[in-house]
Design a protein around this ligand. Structure first.
Ligand SMILES: C[S@@+](CC[C@H](N)C(=O)[O-])C[C@H]1O[C@@H](n2cnc3c(N)ncnc32)[C@H](O)[C@@H]1O
Length: 605
């Protein structure tokens, strides 16, 4: 089987399937405010259109992301639920967390010059179980250039220059560290983190207590429900903590474990297959079978570390692939996929090796595997556009585009190798865990991603203190909170920043004069599109991917990162005006002045 059946070319995406899918998505969101049209008249591909008049200020729709991930470099600024991005703990813990992570990062920076002379940086920073303190330098996203995280070669060339830059950074970090400690000593930071210190007014900012992952991998959730939902959706395959002894034993060849999934794994020949030659399989707790997928937890940890050091979007891509594997496995386990093949209602092809439809213990047919995989992949198939290394705009300082794209491709290949060392699945793996599919999923985030920003309760807390009536009570409060504010400096207001993929919102085209804005609700994991002026039935719904107060050339430059030349009315008019000026011999500037509309949809930087 070729992987191409998962990646139909956008022009050939069968229209009926796409139309049915988006109708389902819109209906599930509870209203016919909008529809998805598979092509716009001006060649922008799919677009979202109003089906009725929507007055200014009204909600166009509200949607929950299919997957989302807090940026690695933001983890030190906000302690949030791994699944829904809700702030957790208490205001005191949030402040303690921020200060602790800030201090750890500063310590790591001050220590760097002395540590140099070895291999790639790669962090090493604190290794502690909590949320990663230091931001890895090479978090890539759009511009994975940076020689990537992967330590060989060119880095050595400009070491001299880097030494002085590092030294300067180390000195600055040292000064900042002293400044932090002059306001808040280490013991107070710990007291805040542990909850031993209570701050006035903090009771007004109730947050859910953090619930750790059932395996204690270090991720936290806002409650049991979110923990369980994440586990079901993808985390059971991606959690990096060792497996409990009995699960690992079952995976070690002692026969299937209690679940039907293990039985399926045995049936599909995965038991004992492809054991790691380095002895990983012998190590208790590292391997287990989940939903018929053999999972190597140690290899997963290596995959995650590599992604954190190079491109965190690889982790989101792994979430997409893991959730696809789980949905596909469920379709097989339930007999649904075989039944679909038998009923001829699937587009699946290929010879069936079994006539059985309901028994997961038997080898599932190739056709059933394919039907199951297509079902599991469905939420993503219509969002796919191009592979990452082709989608990324080439940074200006890059000499060879070909080399640059090859570097990205190699980086993705490295990441996929680590992922396939962690997840073995002979039913779906050969089709799903390929470089083409992996690169396309990363590309999907590159071109469709949505930057989510969730406001911090810490900012609200300090604002509330500030708004208290002047007097002795406020003075006493400020005596406690003032040093914290001074130590945090601008960090006090940092929101939770994340990347997400949303089925409907990712169909909205950009305009430099958008009629909608997007906002994220910290309370219920939703992203809402709001009309910022009256929208008439039949109008296209548009958002700003970038800061549209920029002049024409800057806007086009920014949009190049999204892989397109903007065809919106404003750009068309700006271009025509610039041409007319040129023809008339003038050289004036393109008209600007849209005001500072903040782009909520957008690329991670
Ligand atoms: C988030 S998707 C929007 C949905 C997209 N049209 C589709 O077919 O899935 C972003 C892509 O849509 C296209 N696009 C969005 N806004 C555009 C615009 N103003 N001008 C030209 N192309 C645009 C570009 O191809 C861009 O990479």
């Amino acid at each position: 089987m070729s992987a191409s059946f998962l990646l139909p070319q956008p022009d050939s995406v069968e229209e009926e399937g796409a139309r049915a899918y988006y109708n389902e998505v819109v209906t599930a969101l509870g209203g016919p405010n909008v529809e998805v049209r598979l092509s716009t008249e001006d060649g922008k591909g799919k677009g979202v259109f109003a089906t009725k008049d929507i007055p200014e200020g009204e909600t166009v729709f509200t949607e929950v992301p299919l997957v989302s991930l807090q940026h690695v470099e933001n983890r030190g600024s906000a302690l949030v639920c791994y699944r829904c991005l809700r702030f957790v703990g208490t205001v005191e813990q949030q402040i303690g967390h921020k200060l602790h992570c800030l201090v750890e990062e500063l310590k790591a920076t001050t220590a760097q010059p002395q540590q140099q002379g070895g291999g790639p940086d790669g962090g090493g920073a604190d290794g502690g179980g909590g949320a990663g303190a230091a931001a890895p330098s090479g978090s890539v996203g759009a511009g994975a250039h940076a020689g990537g995280g992967d330590g060989n070669g060119d880095q050595e060339e400009d070491d001299g220059e880097h030494d002085s830059v590092d030294l300067e950074a180390a000195l600055k970090a040292g000064e900042r560290l002293e400044q932090v400690y002059s306001h808040v000593p280490p013991e107070r930071i710990e007291a805040l983190r542990s909850g031993a210190e209570k701050l006035p007014l903090s009771e007004d900012f109730q947050l859910p207590p953090p619930v750790p992952c059932r395996r204690r991998c270090g991720e936290v959730f806002c409650g049991q429900a979110c923990e369980a939902a994440a586990w079901e959706q993808f985390h059971c395959l991606l959690c990096t903590a060792p497996a409990p002894a009995e699960a690992a034993q079952a995976a070690g060849g002692a026969g299937p474990s209690t679940s039907a999934a293990s039985a399926a794994a045995a049936a599909t020949g995965q038991e004992g297959e492809e054991r790691r030659e380095d002895g990983g399989g012998e190590e208790e707790g590292q391997e287990e079978v989940v939903h018929g997928v053999r999972v190597d937890r140690r290899a997963l940890a290596a995959f995650v570390e590599h992604a954190k050091d190079t491109n965190e979007i690889f982790i989101l891509a792994a979430q997409v692939l893991a959730s696809t594997l789980i949905r596909a496995a469920r379709a097989l386990e339930s007999g649904e996929a075989e039944a679909a093949v038998a009923a001829g209602s699937s587009a699946a092809a290929g010879p069936s090796t079994s006539s059985s439809s309901q028994q997961p213990q038997q080898q599932p047919s190739a056709a059933a595997c394919r039907a199951a995989l297509q079902a599991g992949w469905r939420p993503y198939v219509y969002g796919w556009k191009r592979v990452w290394w082709e989608a990324v705009a080439v940074p200006e300082d890059v000499d060879s585009e070909e080399e640059f794209r090859e570097q990205l491709r190699a980086l993705a290949a490295d990441s996929l190798e680590l992922l396939t060392a962690a997840l073995h699945d002979s039913r779906f793996g050969p089709d799903l865990l390929t470089l083409e599919v992996f690169g396309s999923v990363v590309g999907l985030f590159e071109l469709n991603n949505l930057g989510l920003s969730v406001g911090s309760p810490v900012e609200d807390f300090f604002l509330a203190v500030d708004e208290e009536e002047e007097g002795p009570d406020k003075a006493a409060m400020c005596k406690l909170t003032g040093p914290l504010l001074d130590a945090l400096d601008a960090e006090y207001a940092t929101p939770c920043e994340a990347t997400a993929f949303l089925a409907l919102q990712s169909c909205i085209n950009h305009s430099c004069d958008p009629n909608c804005t997007a906002a994220c609700d910290s309370g219920d994991r939703t992203a809402t599109v709001l009309a910022q002026r009256d929208i008439a039935a039949g109008d296209e719904v548009t958002l700003a991917y970038i800061d549209v107060s920029l002049p024409y050339k800057r806007r086009q430059a920014e949009l190049r990162d999204y892989g397109f030349v903007c065809k919106c009315e404003r750009c068309t008019a700006d271009l025509a005006a610039a041409r007319a000026r040129k023809a008339a011999g003038g050289g004036g500037k393109a008209a600007g002045g849209m005001g500072a509309l903040r782009a909520k949809i957008g690329k991670r930087r």
